[in-house]
Design a protein around this ligand. Structure first.
Ligand code: ADP
Ligand code: MG
Length: 260
């Protein structure tokens, strides 16, 4: 049972609604009660209410950014096992997660074999950027290219490019898993050129740069892409065996073998 002695002033509810102060409307009475009981100065009560509104709105904005990013799954750095990646310098990774690369429009490239945590880190980095209220979009290289090709066929390529270029960070996952056709390669190159030095790309790939020409079909196009992606880029290399495979082997599941 509430023992609150606070009486709601007649206009307050509608005024808070008019001002869209939904969080203040929801919590003012509880805070007023605490303030009265602890004889808090009025100014502190007002400051607490303002902080509550600001913090809650910020939290909602962050949640919206995370939803808009369309991550396939949520992963964070907290669940990343650095012991499994001894060649990855923990301090450099922690530094990267401060997201200074976003305002400077630098890129991040994660290179390494299958299952070594590239996508995990790319998602976690994307979420860290969302938490700093940057606009992020996650897509695989194949999805991004298909979206560009489709937009081209439907005569809305420039609108699509415009829309993608509005994100502060675009994660391009799995570059190199599927080779592109000529149009796909050209359009992806067009997008990378468009955002060069204006936005940040986070690219994950299993291919060393020397093999990128296999994906872009043409060594000149590959060189141009590497030039734009790698210029102002932080490059992290993940190594070792697949994490899942190792974890499965450690847990002693039967039938788990090293791939040939
Ligand atoms: P990649 O993109 O390099 O192929 P993923 O990031 O998809 O690999 O990793 C495969 C799975 O293993 C994911 O479930 C991921 O969360 C997990 N994983 C990989 N490396 C680590 C790590 N160092 N610590 C915790 N989980 C990891
Ligand atoms: Mg991956």
């Amino acid at each position: 049972m509430s023992t609150s002695t606070i009486i709601e002033p007649p206009r307050l509810g509608t005024d808070l609604k008019t001002l869209c102060l939904t969080n203040v409307a929801r919590h003012w009475k509880r805070l007023a009660d605490t303030a009265a009981k602890s004889r808090q100065p009025h100014a502190n009560y007002l400051a607490d209410l303002a902080a509550l509104e600001v913090d809650t709105r910020r939290e909602h904005r962050i949640q919206r950014r995370i939803q808009d990013a369309k991550f396939p799954i949520l992963k964070t750095l907290d669940s990343f096992d650095f012991a499994a990646q001894p060649t990855l310098d923990r301090d450099s990774v922690l530094d990267l997660f401060q997201c200074e690369f976003v305002p400077t429009h630098a890129n991040v490239v994660l290179i390494g074999g299958v299952g070594t945590g590239k996508t995990h880190l790319a998602i976690a980095l994307g979420i860290a950027a969302c938490q700093r209220e940057h606009r992020v979009r996650f897509s695989t290289a194949a999805e991004l290219t298909n979206a560009l090709v489709e937009a081209q066929h439907e005569g809305r390529l420039s609108r699509k490019m415009e829309q993608l270029a509005r994100f502060d960070v675009v994660v391009i996952d799995e570059l190199g898993y599927v080779p592109f056709d000529k149009l796909g390669a050209d359009l992806l190159f067009g997008f990378i050129s468009r955002v060069y030095e204006r936005r940040s790309l986070v690219v994950t790939t299993n291919l060393p740069f020397a093999k990128w020409s296999d994906v872009f079909l043409d060594p000149t196009a590959a060189a141009a892409v590497i030039d734009r992606v790698v210029h102002h880029a932080i490059i992290l290399k993940t190594g070792g065996d697949s994490y899942r495979l190792r974890a499965a082997k450690r847990s002693g599941r039967k039938g788990v073998q090293d791939p040939a």
